[in-house]
Design a protein around this ligand. Structure first.
Ligand SMILES: *Cc1c(COP(=O)(O)O)cnc(C)c1O
Length: 422
């Protein structure tokens, strides 16, 4: 029996209403920007498998390093023990993070890295005798699916049954360049009227909100205000980290750096799951004490898994390489050229780009997961492109190693779609 049939017997897929969408495509192997299926089809991975496989699937350099690590040390407890891959990774990562970041705390995925950041920020104040119970987040932000991460996420379509169990969160709109001072005023008012522990945000690009982009100087105003008021700032770089915005991290586009950062997805180059919450020395110092109760009592079994650390080290080495930086620049220029060609098309409401992320809103109204979404998704699948349009937004966030021909195929199909299908 085919994999896609055997799948149906016991498997429950993420973000899937199985009655409406019973079928999954079975992937047997992958290389670079291409996914190969059970029935011998090839799909271009236009979203780098949810932004993880930034340097391409089964990248030989990373595979080699992971193989070596698997044969040397697989997994040990990270409480009381340490190992070379974790130490080496800490040195590599601190070397490329914004220069105020100094300590790393490991977990397993983007959501847990956010939960750790939230707990860090609440306990940071608590340890100083200051009980704070409110968080600030952007409207339409997405930070993950665990309860803490879900609470700060502003995309409510999925949250109905859980809302009454959420943490206390106040929301502000994203700064768009025109409303910067209005948004700053909203932030100031919320801080004045509540005990605010932290402000969490996706810097520059809100991924799940359909690659919405906001104004860097407006964001900087908000971060500066938080610093002035002793409200911690948490940059969720789970999606934007490791080169997507053209710099190693989106936070590096600003001059004021966050107190805490959340990293996952491309951290391990799409090889194995892992996440890191980084913070400043000042945050760490609020936990450093003779009092055992002031420690951060949070710990995941697979913390700092050596194999995941090895993948992350190899990934950072690739990110820093001349070759990968050239790929990033090539993709950025390629999107710019396509944008010039397509953006005035009457079926396109708006286009936007930040680094290798390119998005276009179609001039159509629809529900986020309505029929048009299926129509778009199926159009791309029929044309052997793995893309996941969000609402009426089509976006590209492919592996940096995608070839010019593969990029051209994506552009051609998008153009065909808006010319002939819609
Ligand atoms: C994907 C994502 C998360 C959640 O990460 P998971 O690994 O899916 O739990 C959190 N924040 C942002 C910005 C993301 O893009």
């Amino acid at each position: 029996m085919a994999l896609s049939e055997r799948d149906k017997k016991h498997l429950w897929h993420p973000l899937t209403q199985h009655k409406l969408h019973p079928d999954s495509i079975a992937i047997t192997h992958a290389k670079g920007a291409v996914l190969y299926t059970e029935d011998k089809q090839e799909y271009i991975d236009g979203i780098a498998s949810w932004y993880t496989s930034a340097y391409g699937h089964c990248n030989a350099y990373i595979v080699e390093r992971v193989k070596k690590q698997v044969e040397t040390l697989d997994q040990v407890v990270f409480a009381g023990l340490t190992h070379e891959p974790a130490v080496h990774l800490s040195e590599k990562l601190i070397g490329i993070l914004p220069d105020n970041q100094n300590k790393l705390f490991f977990s397993d995925n983007g959501s847990t890295s956010v939960d750790v950041a939230i707990k860090m920020s609440l306990q940071y104040h608590f340890n100083q005798g200051d009980k704070r119970n409110v968080l600030i987040a952007f409207e339409e932000g997405f930070h993950g699916d665990t309860f803490g991460a879900m609470s700060v996420s502003g995309l409510s379509v999925y949250n109905g049954p859980f809302e009454e169990f959420f943490l206390s969160v106040k929301r502000i709109p994203v700064p768009n360049g025109k409303n910067n001072h209005e948004v700053l005023y909203r932030l100031q008012t919320i801080i004045a009227e509540n005990n605010v522990a932290a402000f969490i945000y996706e810097p520059l690009v809100q991924g799940a909100a359909a690659m919405k982009m906001h104004d860097a100087s407006g964001l900087e105003l908000l971060i500066k205000e938080c610093k002035k008021q002793n409200v911690l700032t948490i940059a969720d770089e789970v999606m934007t980290g490791f080169g997507k915005t053209g710099k190693h991290f989106a936070s590096l586009h600003l001059n004021t750096y966050p107190d805490i950062m959340c990293l996952s997805k491309a951290l391990t180059a799409g090889m194995v799951p892992m996440a890191i919450t980084s913070c400043t020395e000042a945050v760490y110092q609020a936990f450093y004490s003779d009092d055992i109760g002031k420690g951060l009592f949070h710990g995941h079994t697979y913390s700092a898994n050596p194999v995941a650390c090895a993948a992350a080290i190899a990934g950072i080495e690739l990110l820093q390489s001349e070759e990968m930086q050239q790929h990033i620049q090539r993709v950025i220029k390629s999107h710019q050229k396509f944008d010039k060609h397509i953006k005035s098309h009457p079926r396109i409401a708006q286009t936007r780009q930040c680094g290798i992320i390119y998005a276009m809103d179609l001039n159509l109204e629809m529900e986020r997961y309505g029929n048009l979404r299926d129509k778009l998704l199926n159009f791309f699948l029929d044309n052997k492109l793995f893309m996941r349009p969000l609402g009426n937004t089509i976006y590209i966030a492919a592996p940096y190693v995608i070839t010019d021909e593969q990029l051209q195929k994506i552009y051609d199909k998008i153009e065909y779609l808006i010319e002939k299908i819609l």
